[in-house]
Design a protein around this ligand. Structure first.
Ligand code: DAH
Length: 339
């Protein structure tokens, strides 16, 4: 049998890793049939002369076992306790940060909503487009600068496949695939081979509009765009149309709205002119209708195209186009309340 000092050493070194081991320790030493009972019972077999010191040693061991046991028990319970104490169910939960709509999405959705109220559907087309839909059907002559590598990202040459440079390509697809009356808008991303700056980007977003029917006039175009401008920028907004040129419309115009910042008085956003340009538009060129198998003797139509970034910059007074594609949450968060 091990000597008492061996037991003392053992107890001192005892280091259980869980409550189960501690319980085994208790049973081994302190239960009715445990070591302590055994050692006390052995007292009567000890020589009377040594009985006193033996008794003292056994008592010392017993005290050690008991204090070690309660100390370890406390440690385990404390550990378990403190783990559960960490969950204070009265505290507010950690809130999950909610995402927000991107300003470009907000403006795009608003444009769709405004036009859908006057009967426009939404049509979409591919971002990788062939020469016919992006250029030829829209009357771009072969030598037109937009067909230059410097302006357009080509995916393949001969036959030419490119990233669409405008959403006007979708109007060709719609005209080819449906019969008038047509009333649709086409939002989407477009690409241009441009150096990135505060005012230009190699990709941005446009919304194309197209209306084809009998007896459509320039006055219809003007009223439609006036309605849009007032809905988008406020009832006091004025518009003006300046003659312009696009290969696919005749006559063509550029539309300005009264400056949203100064209301037309003149500021640095409108370069002190009181007006800011927001889109191109015009009557669909009869040749374009014919290219898309629509009889230009029966039908006329108008088209318009605007940059979503441009509208968003005016609406939210953002002065650098790059903010829209950098995904800085500090900028995006400002739009979380809007939709
Ligand atoms: N596609 C033109 C551009 O990207 C915008 C445009 C101008 C679209 C006149 C039209 C339009 O439908 O009639 O600059």
């Amino acid at each position: 049998m091990a000597s008492i000092s061996d037991w003392i050493k053992k107890v001192q070194e005892f280091n259980p890793s869980n409550l189960q081991e501690l319980e085994e320790f208790r049973l081994q030493y302190l239960s009715k049939k445990g070591l302590m009972t055994e050692l006390f019972a052995a007292m009567k077999t000890i020589e009377p002369a040594q009985r006193k010191s033996y008794g003292q040693e056994v008592n010392q061991l017993k005290q050690l076992v008991e204090s070690r046991y309660s100390e370890l028990k406390l440690k385990f319970e404390d550990g378990a306790d403190s783990a559960s104490n960490k969950v204070d169910i009265s505290l507010n939960g950690e809130s999950m940060p909610l995402g927000s709509h991107h300003p470009i999405s907000i403006v795009r959705n608003r444009i769709i909503e405004i036009f859908s109220r006057i009967g426009y559907s939404v049509s979409e087309g591919p971002e990788i487009e062939d020469d016919w839909h992006n250029f030829s059907a829209l009357n771009f002559p072969p030598e037109h600068p937009a067909r230059d590598m410097q302006d357009t990202f080509f995916v393949e040459k001969d036959p030419d496949i490119a990233l669409r440079t405008h959403t006007s390509s979708v109007q060709v697809r719609v005209m080819e695939n449906s019969k008038p009356p047509i009333r649709t808008i086409s939002p989407g991303r477009v690409y241009r081979n441009e150096a990135i700056s505060a005012r230009a980007h190699c990709f941005f977003h446009q919304v194309e509009g197209l209306l084809i029917d009998t007896n459509v006039s320039f006055a219809d175009l003007k009223q439609t765009l006036l309605f849009f401008a007032k809905e988008m920028f406020g009832a006091e907004t004025k518009i003006r149309l300046r003659p312009s040129y696009f290969p696919f419309t005749e006559p063509s115009a550029e539309m300005d709205i009264s400056c949203t910042i100064c209301g037309g008085k003149g500021c640095n956003v409108c370069k002190y002119s009181g007006w800011v340009e927001i889109m191109g538009c015009g009557m669909v060129d009869p040749q374009v209708l014919e290219n898309c198998k629509i009889d230009s003797d029966i039908y006329t139509g108008f088209a318009f195209g605007m940059g979503i970034e441009r509208i968003a910059m005016l609406k939210y007074t953002v002065n650098d186009l790059r903010h829209f594609s950098e995904n800085d949450v500090r900028l995006l968060k400002q739009y979380s309340g809007l939709s």
